[in-house]
Design a protein around this ligand. Structure first.
Ligand code: SF4
Ligand code: SF4
Ligand code: FES
Length: 245
């Protein structure tokens, strides 16, 4: 017989007028290789069909199952109950708009962030489909690929002290995204142009550098390196701006 697990789960549906946020307790016997994905689906199927949460891929790829598990943002489909105590508290990710219970809207947040950071390759070259593809150095392509592995789960944003205090702070996922374009040789933006976007308090200079973002990133993205890289680059650009260079 497995451990009897107790789950305390945040419940609130903003669509249901007159209801208040509350915690609800459920109990479930642990099975081999049980993940929080299995737990929540079993709870919904066997005990409470009204429970709201998001899942899509079950494989850590879609990024939709981020939630706070015993105080730490995690992907529920990648979290095994065997690594947790027998009392598990589940809360929705803070910072993002609550849809209901454990479901938040990360899509709107990421779309706004992509617009603010102009998250596309800026080039004056006109695309010619009849031409051979441009070649890129392997090492640079791999560096870009590494940063493209972000699954937009929102865990880094929810763990970030600055993002939780200030809703205009871009956050680690956004700064990682900007770093991806800075190293892309096809993007013709200058450091001064990047400075306009992130050389301020809601960009790289608002970051406190305590690196909760990297600690919780389920894809183990090198966020610390990217934040350091951008801070140095934007620091130098700030000095050049001061001296009009
Ligand atoms: S290092 Fe910066 S971006 Fe990362 S959690 Fe801390 S304040 Fe947020
Ligand atoms: S950087 Fe990591 S934690 Fe942040 S959104 Fe991307 S995958 Fe999630
Ligand atoms: S369900 Fe897709 S990342 Fe968890």
């Amino acid at each position: 017989m497995g451990r009897m697990l107790t789950f305390e789960i945040f419940r609130y549906n903003p669509e249901e007028k007159g209801t208040e946020p509350r915690m609800q307790t459920y109990r479930l016997e642990e099975t081999a290789n049980m993940t929080l994905f299995i737990v929540l689906n079993r709870l919904r199927e066997e005990q409470d069909p009204s429970l709201i949460f998001d899942f899509c891929c079950r494989a850590g790829i879609c990024g939709s199952c981020g939630m706070v598990v015993n105080g730490r943002p995690r992907l529920a489909c990648q979290t095994k109950t065997k690594d947790l105590p027998d009392h598990i508290v589940l809360l929705p990710l803070p910072v993002f708009k609550l849809v209901g219970d454990l479901s938040v809207d990360t899509g709107v947040w990421f779309r706004e962030m992509y617009q603010k950071t102009e998250s596309w390759v800026h080039t004056r070259k006109v695309f010619d489909p009849s031409r051979e593809e441009e070649r890129m150095d392997n090492a640079v392509a791999e560096q870009i690929y590494e940063l493209e592995r972000c699954v937009e789960c929102g865990c880094c944003i929810s763990a970030c002290g600055t993002a939780r205090m200030r809703d205009d702070f871009l956050g680690a996922a956004a700064l990682n995204r900007v770093a991806r374009f800075v190293i892309d040789p096809r993007d013709e933006r200058t450091d001064k142009e990047y400075f306009e976007i992130i050389g301020n308090d809601y960009g790289i200079f608002g970051c406190m550098g305590l690196l909760a973002c990297e600690d919780v990133c389920p894809k183990h993205l090198p966020l610390q390196n990217q934040l350091g890289f951008l801070r140095r680059k934007m620091g130098i650009t700030a000095i050049r701006n001061l001296f009009g260079k």
